[in-house]
Design a binder for this molecule. Structure first.
Ligand code: NAP
Length: 514
């Protein structure tokens, strides 16, 4: 019989937070109560805590008392855990009213010990046991051996969590899920860590009995766990299936990308069966071989495409047979589309950066000053040149500025010349002003005076210090949010063939940035 839950909220609180349990029950299908987080000794009586937690929800509850050696907080020997669980069992087995809603997460050593201790095995509630193991390493043979050990137990559910150092380690979990399906076992398979996030989001669609999310953002029960509300509403874990088209963003690091929010919002608004996932990729060649190239991929999934971000925008080109001429000229690909057996590469930063500008100002013959000489400056320089603008580049490293200027057909200047050069539009293409970046000003007030438009490519925050200053001086301003949205919109068109709901996506992005 299928389990009555796909998304489980891990409650990792040092006090039994009843209001929280009530609250997450509205989003999750089940609640995991991490008894080890309560910080009590294994000899203490927990039955009143469990009783009130049960009373706070009508959903299934998983009781977990994770010892340190499995990544938990309980300081307890095997015999202490045995006696702890024996007491819990003796109590819960008397509570016929709630018994059917309870699951017990027993680590493999504990489950084996119970099996040995208790002839007649039948007396133990194995149909409500999750036999689990959490390991730090991800050697496939060791993981397979552990799966074999777990599956020798009569537990209804097996749970195996490994730590993914690279996204490639997630494949071990996807293979195990396949094996469990063939063998008729119910498995929860998880690759922990950011590199394993894909197993938390797609796992259920690919055979995992359920997945865990954090009840409270920032208080995760395991590395890589994301808030349960995101699993439910952003990634629609309970609704997606193996037919759901997958797109994602590859980069390193990838934790704070807003792309999943923007694209998933768009897919949901149009009712498209697509999901967009963050993919932390360090080793690009291995990822392209094992996950992307249709002829070599190890994961059988309907991958429709990828956003490509730092540091892979240039290196990814060697894996793509059809690179769009504009992307080839720019020398960077930020979008992949999987078209049957072929991969196509595009650069949507160019149009994404220039389009919002073109809507605000006539670019033909306009003098555009770009501060910075990195990837964003390059995309903007190409973009505005396409519309006939004249470009001047300003930067702190002369060699780099000169090289880029030569390549894109622009004038090169040192930063100090900003105050004296004549131009119509000023664009900041440096990270200065970005949340978390050291506070400083690279653009002097005099460079802002009487400008028809000041455009900051930084999008977080939406109103940067530069835009605030420019606005105060009476200059019309344009936020980097628009570039972010437009490059995403173009990707959306390439993957889905549908017109993106830009207003819905924009509203979602501003809400998130607030
Ligand atoms: P990048 O390749 O690392 O280039 C950054 C450029 O900024 C380099 O030329 C760097 O100069 C310069 N720079 C950095 N700190 C500086 C400072 N304190 N003073 C003067 N110059 C400085 O980065 P990128 O990909 O071009 O991205 C730049 C920024 O654009 C990002 O941080 C992001 O906020 C924004 N962006 C926005 C979007 C969007 O969709 N809205 C898209 C892409 C980028 P050096 O060469 O001397 O280090």
């Amino acid at each position: 019989m299928a389990l009555p839950m796909k998304i489980v909220a891990s409650v990792m609180e040092s006090r039994p937070a009843l209001a929280l349990i009530e609250q997450v029950s509205a989003v999750a299908d089940g609640v995991e109560l991490r008894l080890d987080a309560l910080g009590i000794s294994p000899a203490e009586d927990l039955t009143s805590v469990i009783a009130s937690a049960i009373g706070a929800t009508s959903k299934p509850i998983i009781l977990t008392y994770r010892p340190r050696e499995e990544g938990g907080q309980a300081e307890a020997s095997l015999s202490e855990r045995l006696s702890f669980w024996s007491r819990v069992l003796a109590w819960t087995e008397r509570r016929a009213d709630v018994r059917a809603r309870l699951f017990y997460d027993w680590e493999v050593d504990l489950a084996e010990a119970f099996l040995q201790l208790a002839p007649p095995v039948r007396a133990l509630p194995w149909e409500r046991v999750i036999a689990s193991h959490h390991r730090d390493e991800a050697r496939p043979e060791a993981v397979e051996a552990m799966y074999a050990r777990l599956s020798a137990l009569p537990a209804r559910v097996l749970k195996l969590a490994i730590f993914a150092r690279d996204i490639g380690d997630s494949l071990i979990i996807f293979r195990l899920l396949e094996r469990a399906r063939r063998e008729g076992r119910t498995l929860v398979g998880i690759a922990m860590g950011m590199a394993g996030l894909i197993t938390r989001i797609l796992g259920v669609a690919y055979g995992s009995a359920f997945t865990y999310g954090a009840a409270v953002a920032g208080r995760e029960a395991a590395p890589g766990q994301i808030p349960v509300a995101d699993l439910r509403t952003l990634y629609r874990v309970a609704e997606i299936g193996r037919q759901t088209m997958v797109v994602g963003v590859i980069g390193h690091p990838i934790g704070h990308s807003l792309s999943p929010l923007i694209h998933n919002t768009g897919f949901q608004a149009l009712g498209l069966d697509f999901v967009y996932v963050p993919l932390e990729v360090a080793a690009l060649d291995r990822f392209m071989r094992d996950f992307v190239r249709p002829e070599t991929r190890q994961l059988s999934w309907p991958l429709r495409g990828l956003s490509v971000t730092i540091p892979h925008k240039v290196a990814v080109m060697e894996f793509v047979e059809d690179v769009d001429p504009l992307a080839r000229r720019v020398g960077a690909v930020n979008t992949l589309v999987v078209e049957g057996e072929r991969l196509r590469g595009y650069n949507t930063d160019v149009a994404g950066g220039a389009e919002p500008l073109r809507e605000r100002i006539a670019l033909k013959g306009a003098r555009v000053a770009i501060v910075g000489a990195g990837g964003a400056a390059r995309a903007l320089a190409y973009g505005v040149r396409e519309y006939g603008a004249r470009v001047s580049l300003f930067g702190r490293r002369w060699e780099r500025v000169r090289e880029l200027a030569e390549e894109v057909g622009a004038d090169a200047h040192v930063l100090d010349e900003l105050a004296t050069c004549a131009f119509d539009v000023l664009i900041n293409a440096t990270p200065v002003g970005m949340a978390g970046y050291p506070e400083q000003e690279v653009i002097p007030e005099s460079a802002l005076r009487h400008r028809p438009l000041v455009y900051d490519l930084v999008y977080n925050p939406a109103e940067t210090p530069l835009l605030r200053r420019a606005r105060r001086m009476g200059c019309p301003v344009l936020s980097g949010v628009e570039m972010f949205l437009r490059q995403a919109a173009e990707q959306f068109r390439l993957w889905t063939g549908a017109e993106p709901p830009l207003d819905v996506m924009r509203a979602r992005m501003y809400t998130a940035l607030r």
